[in-house]
Design a protein around this ligand. Structure first.
Ligand code: HEM
Length: 173
């Protein structure tokens, strides 16, 4: 009897290809793993931003010529300019909270563990769950544009920057 119930509960996601199995998967476990990987990549980006902040805070007044080579627009003379520094602080905090902690917790662990914990076959709406993850890249890309001081995405950057960063909001468009 127990075996029958178990067999009934089992879902057979039949992956047709690499794309449907790993990229546009509707399986909550795979989606959970996708969110976790994305969260750790974003966490690493935020960590790199914290290194840039630490360089300025740890060695005030010192110039880093390699930094200018790395970020010609943001670190003229080997020192991070004010605008980029503020953008780095804002994006570090935003990424860590929304795209690392929240994404790993609700997107990653919740998708992976909750169906298993409550004995459900999957999330209630697997297709919507998949759509939700698919939108992830655009949701991360748009705020990241605010880090690029002079890009072809200046309009987007201006709009986002002005919403989330007081120093940019004060500036004229
Ligand atoms: C889960 C959330 C967060 C994590 C895991 C995290 C992690 C880190 C790490 C590892 C550093 C480098 C520390 C060092 O240089 O020794 C750092 C630095 C920093 N973080 Fe965060 N952070 C988080 C959230 C935030 C938030 C919300 C803000 C505020 C906007 C923020 C602002 C800063 C600043 C200003 C620094 C540079 C401080 C310094 O190097 O002295 N962080 N963070």
């Amino acid at each position: 009897m127990a075996h029958e119930v178990h067999a009934h509960m089992e879902v057979h996601h039949e992956p047709k290809s690499f794309w449907t199995k790993y990229i546009f998967s509707q399986d909550a476990k795979i989606i959970g793993i996708q969110y976790l990987i994305t969260a750790f990549v974003m966490g690493f980006i935020a960590l790199v931003l914290s290194w840039l902040m630490r360089l300025q805070l740890g060695f005030p007044g010192k110039t880093f010529l390699w930094l200018e080579k790395l970020l010609p627009n943001a670190a003229q003379g080997g020192v991070l300019n004010q605008d980029f520094y503020l953008a780095a602080v804002t994006m570090h905090g935003t990424i860590m909270i929304f795209f690392f902690i929240t994404a790993a917790g609700t997107g990653g662990f919740a998708n992976y563990l909750i169906p298993l914990q409550i004995g459900a076959r999957d999330m209630a709406f697997p297709f919507v769950n998949m759509l939700s993850y698919s939108g992830t890249f655009s949701r991360r890309f748009v705020p990241l544009c605010s880090l690029r001081p002079s890009s072809c995405l200046a309009v987007l950057r201006g709009a986002v920057g002005r919403c989330i960063r007081p120093s940019a909001a004060r500036r004229k468009p």
